[in-house]
Design a protein around this ligand. Structure first.
Ligand SMILES: Nc1ncnc2c1ncn2[C@@H]1O[C@H](COP(=O)(O)OP(=O)(O)OP(=O)(O)O)[C@@H](O)[C@H]1O
Ligand SMILES: [Mg+2]
Length: 143
């Protein structure tokens, strides 16, 4: 299933994210595609809010992973921008998190393509203009 949304603001992107969040059961990997500043972190903020996490969401650029716990489902937010090989990936704990029952949101998933599950939910964000984004959500074969 492929769904294409047009977002006209960061708030709109968070609302689209919350629609996706309402379909999550735990254990999903949400793989983000799209260049710098497209709105990946904005989308993850919407996921976290909608799952009921009440803290701050920020880009895990240096930490590589941020944990958003205590909502309906736990959400693990990865930034794979600087993850370039399997050793790096193992040391993030990615594979353990996949078994945790929480939801994984992975920015720069281009860098770990071969480590994504077949049923990953792929979210591609494309900048149309300053405030407009085209967001494609591909739920893969299994849904
Ligand atoms: N419709 C929109 N949806 C999302 N963000 C938007 C939109 N319009 C403008 N923006 C702006 O685009 C920027 C998106 O930043 P964000 O940190 O979410 O990008 P990113 O894809 O995570 O980048 P990076 O690769 O650096 O992590 C923000 O400054 C936000 O205000
Ligand atoms: Mg980001």
């Amino acid at each position: 299933m492929n769904n294409v949304f047009i977002s006209n603001s960061p708030k709109n992107t968070r609302e689209i994210a919350s629609q996706l969040a309402s379909t999550l059961n735990g254990g999903e990997v949400i793989a983000f595609y799209g260049d710098l500043g497209q709105g990946k972190t904005c989308f993850v903020t919407g996921l976290a809010e909608s799952l009921g996490f009440s803290g701050e969401v920020s880009s895990p650029t240096f930490a590589i992973i941020n944990e958003y716990l205590g909502g309906r489902l736990d959400l693990y937010h990865f930034d794979m921008y600087r993850v370039t090989d399997w050793n790096d990936l193992y040391s993030t704990g990615y594979f353990e998190y996949m078994e945790s029952g929480g939801v994984l949101a992975v920015e720069w998933s281009e860098n770990i393509e071969t480590a994504l599950p077949d049923d990953a939910i792929r979210v591609t964000i494309r900048r149309v203009d300053e405030t407009t984004r085209e967001i494609t959500i591909n739920r893969g074969e299994s849904v």
